[in-house]
Design a binder for this molecule. Structure first.
Ligand SMILES: [Zn+2]
Length: 301
């Protein structure tokens, strides 16, 4: 279990965060799975899973997380696509732009901020974040690539979702007309979500690095929201290094334990080296954002 001996309590640590947000020259936000989960888009939510993947639930799966490594199951393409487009259609297109992300935007609007996300659901964009201040570090669900990497070209997934969704056979949970499944037009290999492998990714990444380069000597407020240990090299570790290296920075690590994932708690703990420069906040990102939002003056809401 996490050692929360440095935990200041909810009200006090949120107040400390509020003070830092108000007085910082620059604000760096990091969004992880825990933030989208707090917004209602949890990959560990059984009820939600039953709702948008009823066939998979009937097959004995409980939540999307179990399926993230299903490649080993050797699914035929007809099943792979039924699952993939159902998942992406729900996460990316059916699930609405969340109120929580919109409130988060209100906290930083008009300020010199940058947001990095490891989520592929495009919630920052859909909530209205200016995309020149966003780095989607894991890319998004929006495009497809050749699984043999024969080309760097990528293709929009949305037309394929629209075409394939009505072709899902609810009995077999396969695409009923296999000729509708897209393959690489050059080499014939299966296609899969492109994530980071798209043209323009490097430029987005560079824009983020350039912004980090402007934080030297500034008062920098770093806020991590629901970032766990799935891909710590994307947000968690770089944020720690930045807090450590910056003379006037503070890291707020907001992350509660996943109740569905016993033994994986303690995500909010901070390393000893950051003592005095970081505040562990073992709370739900939604509770923290709502509390900060409530404290905003009316003209900023
Ligand atoms: Zn190819």
């Amino acid at each position: 279990m996490a050692d929360h001996h440095t935990d200041k309590g909810f009200a006090e640590s949120v107040e400390e965060l509020r003070t830092w947000l108000d007085s910082a020259d620059k604000i760096l936000l990091g969004a992880g799975a825990g933030l989208s989960a707090a917004a209602g888009l949890s990959y560990l939510d059984e009820a939600l899973f039953k709702q948008f993947q009823p066939e998979m639930a009937a097959l004995g799966y409980h939540y999307p997380y179990e399926l993230f490594q299903h490649e080993n199951d050797g699914w035929p393409q007809a099943r792979e696509w039924a699952y993939l487009i159902r998942h992406i259609n729900f996460v990316r297109y059916t699930f609405p732009a969340s109120e929580l992300y919109k409130k988060l935007l209100k906290l930083v609007e008009g300020r010199d901020f940058f947001a990095v996300t490891s989520n592929c659901d495009r919630q920052l964009m859909r909530a209205g974040f200016p995309m020149d201040r966003v780095f989607e570090a894991q890319g998004s669900y929006d495009r497809l690539r050749c699984t043999e990497n024969c080309t760097r070209e990528t293709w929009e997934i949305k037309p394929h979702i629209d075409k394939l969704l009505p072709l899902i056979d609810p009995e077999t949970f396969m695409i009923s007309d296999e000729s509708a499944i897209p393959y690489c037009p050059y080499c014939g290999a299966p296609l899969y979500t492109a994530f980071r492998a798209f043209e323009g990714y490097k430029a987005e990444q560079q824009r983020f690095y350039d912004w980090i380069g402007t934080t030297g000597g500034k008062k920098l407020c770093i806020v991590e929201l629901g970032v766990g240990f799935n891909t710590p090299a994307v947000i968690r570790w770089p944020f720690e290094r930045l807090a450590y290296a910056s003379g006037n920075a503070h890291l707020f690590r907001v992350n509660k334990e996943y109740r569905e994932w016993p033994g994986h708690g303690g995500f909010s703990e901070v390393p000893e080296e950051l003592k005095g420069k970081a505040t562990p906040m073992p709370y739900d990102a939604g509770d923290v954002i709502r509390r900060l939002y409530e404290a905003l003056p009316p003209e900023r809401k």
